[in-house]
Write a protein that binds this ligand. Sequence first.
Ligand code: SF4
Length: 303
Amino acid sequence: MEYISANRYFRECFGRKVYKVAIDGGFTCPNRDGTRGNGGCIFCSGRGSGDFASDPRLSIADQVKQGIDLIKSKLPKGEEVGFMAYFQNFTNTYADIEVLRSKYIEAIEISEVVGISIATRPDCIDDDIANLLSELNRIKPIWIELGLQTIKDESVRYIWRGYDNKEYVEAINRLSQHGFHIITHVILGLPGETVDDMLATVRWVKEVACDFSDKPLQFGIKLQLLHVIRGTDLETDFRNGLFDTLTLEEYVEIVRRAVRIIDNKLVIHRITGDGDKRTLVAPMWSTDKKRVLNTINRALRET
Ligand code: SF4
């Protein structure tokens, strides 16, 4: 069973391999500053789910350039590649419109940057922000990432997501009209969720995408294994024995079924998680990314 990976899709869009450069735009989040909540989502690390991003004390342009230099230093000399500036930490549309504009422009103006990817929440995209992004989308293409995680009501409350599923649909409606690429982030393995619950979320994400766009592959999905990160409230529940994380075998089987549901209607931007080994509490098997990907790919080939 084949799937359309981000790597494959970016090659089709840009004619070369595209690397993401994670940057910290210095934002906060309405789920942390008291607007929607104070503690953040239950799984969120103190860095706003962006543990690989660059040093926020640097300017956006310097962060991007530093990330590009680091990646290039590991590539064969002369290899033609592109870079996607990835605003990863916290909620990257949560600021005054002119602040947003100047931060995005700093990244867009770097010649090797072929596009920008912006991680945010559905409740943080109003018409003004959509219009700004639309303006910038004419200069370089924009990918918007929305952290949905799940559609199950009990789970939404448990993880303290701080917005309801209706707000996600409204954001998709607003964003799809502007023709942005939209990626939805889904977590597999949330406490209390059955395999059917997880697959119901994947199915719903696909159905909403198909309802709002007939443009092939405008939409994508990230399948993220639940990671328990040190210092989070999720860690407390885990240590108190309130739930267990998925085994590799369980995860691979869920991914296999999710890929079948997605049925090449969405680009799969992530098929496992990128846990930071220094702060990961569980599941530790996920730190062996090569083994995880090989196991998933073997299972998909045999399907
Ligand atoms: S919305 Fe994102 S940044 Fe905000 S608390 Fe949740 S995971 Fe963290």
